[in-house]
Design a binder for this molecule. Structure first.
Ligand SMILES: [Zn+2]
Length: 315
């Protein structure tokens, strides 16, 4: 088994440092740009603030793209995730945690440490890369041959797909996750789901902590410029957490659905490429008019599907 990392293009140290610097700058730019929303529109409804924050985030991403084209330096998605967590954590330690209960403080700090550990594990994890000799056979084979060749295996053993980014064949391939810098496949799907839950819980906890801070600071009579900036950041990081929560809940629900009905994201998107998901319906016997419909041969009922998912990593 060849580690997945060895198949990817290895980055040199100067290039890695450059990407980290760009990512860190982009995170700082985004977070301070977001703080302008409560700075100039402090009394506007939450929905307006959320919409404006989305627009601002898109502007910063657009600027990042321009920067990339002009200077040829890329940001790194996992580094963006890492620096965003770090920014929120630093802001929490410096501002939000003051006046919070010890239990809440311990819980939040513990969650962030677990999240960062999970993120590092995810980056290094094996998604279920298949042996090079097996891959070579797959390159030469047609899709139907792949299925017959591994008929004796389990359903997941047969579901080997190619990732263009990693340039490798992954068992139970779901998708390539840029944010986690790795493929999501049979062997790290459970870790991926745990990590998603970790993100949801940590964001929700940050929301609770910063809301408590807002209640307390709202009664404060201090209105120096420093307090004002921290208060703006307290609001904008809360808005950022809400936005993160919204898309993470949607993302988590999507994957939960996939587990319950035993279908991977790649199979949903590209089912027309995989014959096993195609059901040919003939309207009238003897007539040539047919229709190709989606069918999922792997769906064995929610209970069995979840049971199978839980035992995936051991296979
Ligand atoms: Zn990949």
């Amino acid at each position: 088994m060849v580690p997945l990392q060895s198949q990817r293009k290895r980055l040199s140290w100067p290039s890695l440092t450059g990407r980290c610097v760009v990512s860190c700058t982009m995170v700082l730019l985004t977070q301070f740009a977001l703080s302008l929303v409560p700075r100039f529109l402090p009394t506007s409804p939450l929905l307006i603030q959320l919409s404006l924050s989305v627009v601002l985030m898109l502007v910063v991403v657009g600027l990042g793209g321009l920067f990339r084209r002009l200077l040829g330096i890329h940001a790194s998605a996992p580094a963006l995730v890492f620096f965003n967590i770090l920014f929120i954590w630093c802001f929490y330690v410096l501002i939000i945690r003051k006046g919070l209960s010890l239990v809440m403080d311990v819980v939040f700090n513990g969650e962030v440490v677990l999240l960062l550990t999970g993120l590092c594990s995810m980056l290094k994890s094996d998604p279920g890369l298949v042996e090079p000799s097996f891959s070579d056979k797959l390159v030469e084979s047609s899709a139907s041959e792949i299925i017959t060749a591994h008929n004796e295996d389990s359903d997941f053993g047969r579901r080997v797909r190619y990732c263009k980014i990693c340039k490798g064949y992954i068992k139970g391939f779901d998708h390539h996750c840029p944010a986690f810098g790795n493929c999501i496949g049979q062997k790290n799907y459970l870790l991926f789901m745990v990590l998603l839950v970790g993100f949801l819980v940590t964001e929700a906890c940050y929301l609770a902590c910063s809301s408590e801070y807002a209640v307390k600071s709202g009664t404060s009579s201090m209105l120096s410029s420093e307090t004002s900036l921290s208060e703006n950041l307290a609001v904008s990081t809360r808005i950022f957490s809400i936005l993160q929560l919204v898309w993470q809940v949607a993302f988590f629900t999507w994957h939960l659905y996939g587990i319950c009905f035993n279908i991977r994201t790649d199979e949903w998107v590209n089912w027309k490429k995989y014959p096993e998901f195609q059901l040919i319906v003939q309207y009238q016997p003897g007539q040539s008019s047919t229709e190709i419909r989606f069918t999922n041969p792997h769906d064995k009922g929610i209970l069995q599907n979840v049971k199978e998912f839980m035992s995936l990593e051991k296979r």
